[in-house]
Write a protein that binds this ligand. Structure first.
Ligand SMILES: [Ca+2]
Ligand SMILES: [Ca+2]
Length: 362
């Protein structure tokens, strides 16, 4: 009796896994439950492979049946069909460009978080930020070199890397990463594919760079450049100069066999000069109140000291959801009937500057 029960349990468990394993969500190339930069690495690992076209394929965020499995698998046993995000039977840049970009940040089922390969200083490979522009100024542009590995500590068997840049969106207006075409990771020709996703509300910039020829490369030095643009008006600084931090988080560097290579993260401090005549940021921000938060049907914004000029509401991806402009009031009630539940960011512009707050809709 017990053995019959065991066999039955085994049968149902296996059948359940089989059902799950036969569906994919477009963009979740490593099938961990969420779409992010690590999925770009998996597309790169199977880049150029061909296999069966997925029946009725779309890149909409929905479970899609894998009608026929591919011959190839990743080193962890996952079928390469998952990396053909658009389902056209070829794994290439189009599997990154639309499916991963369009579905970025979305989740399905139970998420198994990606494991990052954050290393130990003085031992592992450094990923360094090097300010090559000196002191910054309002409206100015600055360059920060990004170096991977260094003399005496080279990277062996590099295939791809994903990481996030954290920055202060109140002071940095925009930033852009470009791979250096002469870099060692390109090996003299265009051998990598990149994706970068920016959230200018939260100040998070996700970057993935992956080779696409199934051949690892070893080396060290510059891999690219981060160009940053400083805001023209920085609200709320009391000193003539201010210093901000730009830091690297959540690094994952892979060999072709999915081995994590530990990486030491870095941060850099940047001074911005000649920022004068503005109010204390804490005074200014504490005068803005939002109630209730979390909210359900509405929230109210009030500003004690200066009138509200506009309200911009963004979703978690930094996309503008709604806007109210041309205001001149100290209190406004914002109806949110049509909004999905989730996390939002509201940017409140007053005569003294802009304040950004995180909101939750229940
Ligand atoms: Ca994923
Ligand atoms: Ca494809």
């Amino acid at each position: 009796m017990r053995s019959t029960l065991t066999i039955l349990l085994f049968y149902f468990c296996s059948f359940g896994n089989l059902l799950n394993a036969q569906q994919l969500w477009p963009g979740d190339a490593n099938n961990n439950g969420e779409v992010n930069v690590v999925d770009v690495l998996f597309v790169g690992l199977a880049y150029g492979e061909t296999g069966p076209v997925r029946d009725n394929a779309s890149i909409n965020w929905q479970a899609e049946d894998i009608t026929t499995f591919w011959t190839g698998t990743f080193f962890n046993g996952l079928n390469h069909a998952y990396a053909d995000c658009d389902g056209n039977g070829l794994i290439d840049k189009d599997d990154i460009k639309n499916p991963i970009k369009d579905n970025y940040g979305l989740t399905h089922g139970v998420v198994t978080p990606d494991v990052f390969s954050n290393g130990t200083g003085g031992l592992d490979i450094p990923l360094k930020l090097i300010n090559t522009s000196g002191v910054g100024s309002l409206s100015g542009s600055m360059d920060i070199d990004i170096n991977l590995g260094e003399t005496g500590n080279a990277v062996n068997d590099f295939y791809g890397i994903a990481f996030s840049i954290k920055y202060d969106p109140n002071i940095i207006d925009d930033l852009e990463f470009d791979v250096d075409p002469t870099s060692w990771i390109e090996n003299g020709s265009d051998e990598t594919h990149e994706l970068s996703i920016k959230n200018t509300v939260t100040g998070n910039y996700d970057i993935a760079i992956v080779r696409k020829d199934q051949t690892p490369i070893s080396g060290f030095g510059t891999i690219g450049k981060l160009n940053i643009i400083i805001e023209d008006i920085v609200v709320g600084l009391v000193t003539a100069d201010t210093t901000i931090q730009i830091s690297i988080e959540n690094v994952k560097m892979l060999s072709p066999d999915l081995t994590d290579i530990p990486v030491v993260r870095d941060s850099v401090m940047i001074t911005i000069e000649n920022v004068t005549g503005l109010k204390s940021i804490s005074d200014f921000r504490s005068n803005i109140e939002i109630n209730p938060n979390p909210f359900s049907d509405f929230f109210a914004v009030s500003s004690e000291s200066s009138s509200i000029k506009s309200i911009h509401l963004y979703n978690l991806l930094g996309e503008l959801v709604s806007v109210q402009q041309g205001l001149r009031t100290n209190e406004i009630t914002y109806s949110t009937d049509g909004l999905d539940r989730g996390i939002y960011f509201v940017a409140i512009e007053t005569e003294e500057g802009i304040v950004t707050r995180k909101l939750i809709k229940n």
